[in-house]
Design a protein around this ligand. Structure first.
Ligand code: SF4
Length: 315
């Protein structure tokens, strides 16, 4: 066998599952254990095919809307959060539901409600159509929340009263890009109020910090995650902006185009908050078949966040 070329893997840490994703998966698994299969789940519980397929194998059934859920089976709402109309519809149909909305998304929902109760219109910074944005906008009546996707949009944003505004953000945005949008909002609407504590969650912030820490040293970088995962897509962008233009999103090892690694001595690897560690291991194993590996884990911080499961599962 030909000698394998050397390759140093710079493994970002923290990476992969966050506390909200971990909790959402546990809710589905424990619901199946406690109530028996099938357990219905409205939307992908988290944005990862591998996770969804593993849960399907255990007895979860994924549907797009509540009217696809038969009576008398439990239904779980995904980690991204849902508009208020969804639990209302579940109650009207007397469905038993478990809400796997991440508590950090629920925090943004409560914040938006608080501003609304105080008479403020809310400017939500986020990506149109993402389920979290649909869920947050759906906490309040039509028109109470206006969406802003980028700094350029701020100049043309139409608001009801510039003196009665607050902003909130999607939890999985780019920390740097969001700071630019917030600065543009504050410049145009100096009275705008913001969250007491950042809406971009700890997991998004830490994963972006750890990818920055390896991007400058890496000649290629792989982000393991799904194309519909906001935080994974942001990791690719952050890597490219932080010095590694050769950064790519892969769902798993089979997606790697090995030409990306031609002449590469240092490869960065990270994973989005909804990508399981088993896929990181799979990518490393695929690299090991082609290269003589040295693995250097680059840790920027420790994480110890955990969230409680709903009472209906622990009682
Ligand atoms: S990425 Fe953040 S907000 Fe989203 S589920 Fe994880 S911890 Fe919660």
């Amino acid at each position: 066998m030909a000698e394998r070329p050397p390759l140093t893997i710079l493994l970002a840490s923290p990476r992969g599952f966050c506390a909200g994703v971990d909790r959402a998966i546990q809710i589905v698994e424990q619901a199946i254990e406690k109530f028996g299969a099938p357990v219905y789940v409205r939307h992908e519980i988290v944005h990862n095919r591998f996770v969804v397929e593993s849960l399907e194998a255990k007895g979860a059934v994924f549907v797009d809307e509540l009217d696809q859920v038969p009576p008398d089976v439990p239904v779980v709402f995904s980690a991204h959060g849902v508009p208020k109309s969804v639990p209302e519809q579940a109650q009207a149909r007397q469905l038993f539901y478990l809400d796997a909305t991440c508590p950090l998304v629920s925090k943004v929902h409560r914040e938006a409600e608080r501003h609304f109760a105080a008479g403020r219109q809310i400017v939500l910074i986020g990506h149109r159509g993402h389920p979290e944005v649909v869920g947050t906008m759906g906490q309040l009546p039509e028109g109470a929340v206006v969406l802003v996707e980028d700094a350029a949009h701020v100049a043309t944003l139409a608001v009801r009263d510039p003196l009665n505004l607050a902003y909130a953000t999607q939890t999985t945005l780019s920390v740097d890009d969001t700071a630019g949008i917030v600065a543009a909002l504050q410049k145009r609407f100096p009275a705008i109020q913001g969250p007491k504590k950042e809406d971009i969650c700890y997991a998004t912030t830490n994963r972006q910090a750890s990818v920055k820490a390896i991007a400058e040293r890496a000649q290629a970088l792989l982000v393991i995650g799904a194309p519909n995962s906001s935080n994974s897509m942001r990791l690719v962008e952050v890597a490219r902006k932080s010095g590694c233009a050769n950064a790519h999103l892969v769902q798993r090892a089979a997606d790697i185009d090995w030409r990306w690694l031609d002449g590469v001595a240092r490869l960065g690897i990270t994973a989005g908050a909804s990508a399981p560690e088993v896929l990181v291991e799979e990518v490393i194993a695929a690299c090991r078949q082609r290269f003589e590996l040295r693995i250097e884990e680059v840790r920027v911080t420790e994480e110890s966040v955990t969230f409680k499961l709903p009472r209906a599962l622990v009682a």
